[in-house]
Design a protein around this ligand. Structure first.
Ligand code: HEM
Length: 206
């Protein structure tokens, strides 16, 4: 039962990772300016906003949260050592992050009638005191993703290659931390100018 759940968890992760590569690339191009980000998003949405594609992605997100939390809770007492705990804790954070993040995007679109582009995420960085909440929230979302993927890679490397095993998790964590920092600085307008329109700031009473 746990083996089937784990296999399905990995399969659904592949769909999410495919989207997230495009998604994070989309956010990285914001370093060149918000207009570049918005143009990239327009092209990317032509793919992931196709009803069939988006339904599959959202179903995978829901399943990932459910299966991840079940796997984490099931082995809670038996877990021993740093790696199993790093995998479980980064997974639990990702489950919370994905639920809140995708829920907020859907709410922004359906209820607030906002275009959920760069400004939707950036608004919280431009109305005090929300930067104190959103900086760690986004940083940890990206960092937890890379840490969790690194932990998965760790188990694929044979235990005999100790250095290779450590690198399998350490390298993604370093890349994740650098990427997360750049994305947070970009949203905060500390790399390129960001002028958040009033309708986005208004969602935080700004
Ligand atoms: C700095 C980091 C991030 C920012 C600023 C961000 C921002 C956004 C924005 C603005 C959207 C709406 C996209 C649209 O309307 O087309 C979105 C959607 C989404 N994001 Fe993120 N995101 C970040 C990281 C992540 C991570 C790490 C994950 C996964 C672990 C993720 C998963 C998703 C998913 C599944 C959607 C829904 C796609 C859809 O159906 O529209 N995001 N994000």
């Amino acid at each position: 039962m746990t083996t089937t759940l784990r296999t399905l968890h990995r399969t659904s992760a592949m769909v999410i990772v495919a989207f997230v590569c495009l998604h994070l690339a989309n956010h990285m191009v914001s370093l060149q300016g918000v207009a570049v980000h918005i143009a990239f998003m327009k092209a990317a949405r032509a793919v992931y906003r196709q009803p069939v594609v988006e339904a599959l992605l959202l179903a995978c997100v829901a399943f990932q949260v459910y299966s991840g939390l079940r796997l984490a809770l099931r082995g809670w007492r038996q877990r021993r050592g740093l790696m199993p705990w790093l995998q479980a804790l980064s997974g639990v954070y990702l489950a919370v992050f994905l639920s809140v993040h995708v829920g907020a995007v859907m709410f922004g679109r359906a209820v607030l009638n906002l275009d959920t582009n760069f400004y939707f995420s950036a608004a919280g960085f431009h109305v005090p005191p929300y930067p104190m909440l959103f900086a760690p929230y986004y940083f940890m979302g990206v960092f937890a993703l890379f840490t969790h993927l690194g932990c998965a890679a760790y188990w694929y490397v044979p235990p005999t290659s100790r250095v290779a095993r450590i690198l399998a998790v350490a390298l993604p964590m370093v890349v994740g931390a650098v990427l997360a920092l750049l994305l947070v600085l970009s949203l905060a307008g500390m790399i390129q100018p960001v002028d958040v329109p009033a309708e986005y700031k208004a969602t935080y009473g700004g």
